[in-house]
Design a protein around this ligand. Structure first.
Ligand SMILES: [Mg+2]
Length: 230
């Protein structure tokens, strides 16, 4: 047993294949409204969405505004008069039905659990989408807790997200907690601010950038497991 007793795991692109869920949910909504939904449209949406989530991490927009704004921008790009709020609502509902684990993610969680770590998913996503995919993929049978930003009333990288998450889990000793995630501006920066150790999951071996300072960096689930279980 290593130094950590509790691992907070990010969901999207750490355990779940968000890109695939996003693509499949979006194609269905756009097709249902008779809108174009080729690869170019999906990439354009993805860029809009990523830039808005980054703006939220910098404190420039709130989640409730962001989720509608991304469809305002997409509808404008497509020259469509569809209601962006309706598009977003249908998309979020669809997202909850399109859950895909990244290869090896389930085994990774099982091995951490079997190694004695208490596991919780700590995610900035939207409740319907996150709960739907948590249950739909069977992660709920291995990871007993799901903590979603909207339900906590704070989002990563706000340290309040971590304060409330640890409160919910009944944890007082932060030195026994580690945050594992692929997001430098959310997972790692937020845990830095909350005084929690981190593993930056960097499977593409991107260079470190920005103010976040990971305690460890790992490019595979095996590397993370070795770091956490010692
Ligand atoms: Mg992520």
């Amino acid at each position: 047993m290593g130094k950590y007793k509790v691992a907070l795991l990010d969901a999207d692109m750490t355990l779940l294949d968000f890109r695939r869920s996003e693509r499949e949910a979006l194609v269905k909504v756009l097709a249902a409204h008779g809108l174009p939904h080729d690869g170019g449209v999906i990439s354009a949406y993805s860029e809009i969405n990523d830039s808005l989530w980054k703006a939220m991490a910098r404190g420039e927009t709130a989640q409730a505004a962001l989720v509608v704004e991304r469809f305002v921008r997409l509808a404008k790009l497509l020259g469509s008069r569809e209601d962006p709020e309706a598009l977003n609502r249908e998309y979020e509902q669809g997202l909850g039905r399109e859950g895909y684990l990244l290869p090896g993610a389930m085994e990774f969680c099982q091995r951490l659990r079997d190694g004695g770590l208490e596991l919780a998913i700590a995610t900035n996503g939207l409740p319907a989408a996150q709960w739907g995919r948590y249950r739909g993929t069977g992660l709920d049978r291995v990871v007993p807790h799901l903590l979603v930003s909207v339900e906590l009333g704070a989002a990563k990288p706000d340290p309040a997200f971590f304060d409330r998450a640890l409160d919910k889990l009944g944890i007082t000793d932060r030195s026994a907690v580690v945050m594992v995630g692929d997001g430098l501006e959310t997972d790692i920066l937020g845990a830095n601010r909350a005084g929690i150790d981190t593993v930056w999951y960097d499977p593409e071996r991107k260079p470190l950038s920005g103010p976040a300072v990971p305690t460890y960096t790992a490019a595979s689930y095996d590397e993370i497991r070795a770091l956490l279980l010692g």
